[in-house]
Design a protein around this ligand. Structure first.
Ligand SMILES: *Cc1c(COP(=O)(O)O)cnc(C)c1O
Length: 381
């Protein structure tokens, strides 16, 4: 079976993990700090705060921006459930902004319309979480302009997008956002097994993120109430979590980061090949905006007229592990119980009804890609 995504682990990665295991630190230690500094330098952010998943990063990102029970958070319905669950963890309420039917990311026109209505009804969001679906950047300059006008904060869900660029800036530089979140799950662009990181240029947000990932505890005397009792002393200032990354994971991440540019370049070469090989088939192919550079985590296609389930089953039977990204979050039973209904976000629902994600990962051989294309052509014949 050709999977839709797969990690690429080298001998150097394995050596780095073994070295971490033999070192004095295997939980959060110097390798985590080194990984944070390396990712921050790579993407041009002041701070990186490593955690045990992007889901955790999204949760503490919401908390660090002050999201609480009286607040609203908006995101795209075409995302993994974690993007919106993070806001629910904070007790906030969630709403969605429909996607653009060509770009498949949050529609800025729909966002603006929804903001206008929310201003009238006094229900503006505290935070908007645009998702760089597939690795393709959302229109961040336009979203940032709306953020200034309507006074909301922005968390970029860049789980798909490390290694990409918005204009000439690496995604993660937070040029147009307060916080950007990466995922290091094995199917994503680089991996730490499980892991994530929150990037920010704001010193006080970074401090809050560091506290929240570790029980709300500080060891910085300057932040304590009443002063320190001595070298052993710490204070819990708020209710935090144990969301720490281990040095074993960070060692893998540091080693993977060396190949980030190669991984994304290989994804682009394969995506260009898909574009050429698939252009005569009855499909809508994913758009890549030439002004930016996608992280290219995913290569979804939309079927013009075929039954998606039949094509999915035929490809699976042919050994091609196609997948579907994503089931619109608002159609999940849990979200239906919160009051969302089928029909709420029609572009997302129409996209979902006809999409399939084709295999794309650095180790995918061209011969395997040809097998995928041949199986898809046969299924559509
Ligand atoms: C994978 C993913 C997440 C969650 O990442 P984890 O590291 O698995 O917690 C969040 N948002 C999007 C868009 C994702 O694809």
């Amino acid at each position: 079976m050709i999977p839709y995504g797969r990690q690429d682990i080298s001998d150097d990665d394995i050596k780095a993990v073994v070295a971490a295991l033999k070192s004095d630190f295997i939980a959060q230690g110097p390798a985590v700090a080194a990984f944070e500094a390396a990712v921050a330098a790579k993407v041009g952010a002041r701070h990186g705060v490593a955690v045990n998943s992007a889901t955790s990063a999204l949760h503490i990102a919401c908390l660090a921006l002050g999201v609480g029970p009286d607040d609203r958070v908006w995101t795209s319905p075409i995302t993994f459930v974690a993007s919106s669950n993070a806001a629910l963890y904070c007790g906030a309420s969630v709403d969605f902004v429909d996607i653009d039917p060509i770009r498949w990311t949050m529609s800025v026109a729909a966002l603006e319309q929804k903001l206008k209505a929310a201003k009238t009804s006094g229900t503006l969001p505290k935070v908007v979480i645009p998702v760089h679906f597939m690795g393709e950047p959302c229109d961040m300059a336009a979203i940032a302009a709306l953020a200034r006008e309507y006074r909301f904060k922005v968390i970029e869900d860049a789980a798909h997008a490390i290694g990409g660029r918005y204009d000439d800036n690496p995604i993660g530089a937070c040029q147009h956002s307060d916080i950007t979140v990466f995922s290091f799950h094995p199917v994503k662009v680089i991996t730490t097994g499980e892991g994530g990181m929150a990037m920010t240029n704001d010193d006080s947000v970074a401090k809050a993120l560091r506290r929240l990932r570790s029980h709300g505890i500080t060891r910085d005397a300057g932040d304590m109430t009443g002063g320190t009792h001595g070298g052993w002393y710490y204070q819990q200032l708020e209710l935090g979590y144990n969301y720490r990354m281990t040095d074993i994971q960070a060692a893998l991440g540091l080693s993977q980061l060396q190949r980030l540019d190669d991984f994304v370049a290989r994804r682009h070469a394969l995506a260009d090949r898909y574009d050429a090989l698939l252009k005569h088939l009855p499909l809508q192919l994913p758009l890549r905006d030439a002004r930016h550079y996608s992280g290219l985590h995913l290569y979804p296609v939309v079927l013009h007229r075929h039954d998606r389930r039949a094509v999915y089953d035929a490809l699976q039977a042919a050994g091609v592990g196609v997948n579907v990204h994503y089931i619109p979050v608002h159609t999940q039973p849990y979200y239906q119980r919160l009051g969302f209904k089928a029909g709420d976000f029609p572009n997302a629902e129409q996209y979902y009804a006809r999409t399939l994600t084709l295999p794309l990962y650095p180790g995918l051989a061209e011969a395997e890609q040809d097998t995928v294309v041949a199986a898809l052509a046969k299924a559509l014949a």
